[in-house]
Design a binder for this molecule. Structure first.
Ligand SMILES: [Zn+2]
Length: 148
């Protein structure tokens, strides 16, 4: 997994940049935890998804806001590239106010893990969003029940 900054928004303020950097490192370190990696492998085996189908997993540094104003959590393409995006800084500040710092970190980690599972499932189920959502919530709840 690697962190990739989008080429746009170069003139971002230093403070915001630091925020997104911290966010990305938190996401990467939680996704790389052996226990979670082990769980992902279990899903891949169970779903019969070849590891070679996954070409690249990129943790993007900046949010992706669609033309309709909605934020993208993650996406994947037919080349087996998976991209995960952070929430916008302004939305994060609201979440921090609501959940506190630790609650917010937990929220980010949950969001990242669930979206990686979601995108991996898209490699098999392609455009079947209903199926992908259903399985994501099934697998995520199995995972959270494993968690101490
Ligand atoms: Zn989807």
């Amino acid at each position: 997994m690697r962190i990739v900054a989008s080429s746009k928004r170069q003139n971002i303020k230093e403070k915001k940049l630091k925020f997104y950097e911290k966010y990305a490192f938190l996401v990467i370190s939680s996704l790389e935890k052996p226990r979670f990696q082990h769980f992902l492998n279990w899903i891949l085996t169970r779903e019969n998804i070849q590891k070679s189908k996954i070409n690249d997993i990129q943790i993007r540094l900046f949010p992706f806001v669609k033309e309709n104003g909605n934020q993208l959590i993650g996406k994947c393409n037919s080349k087996g590239e998976i991209f995960l995006y952070p929430k916008k800084h302004a939305n994060c500040r609201k979440k921090v106010a609501k959940l506190g710092n630790n609650g917010f970190k937990q929220h980010i980690v949950t969001r990242a893990k669930a979206s990686l599972i979601h995108e991996l499932l898209h490699l098999k189920y392609e455009d079947n969003e209903t199926k992908v959502r259903e399985l994501t919530s099934k697998y995520y709840s199995i995972y959270s029940n494993l968690s101490p």
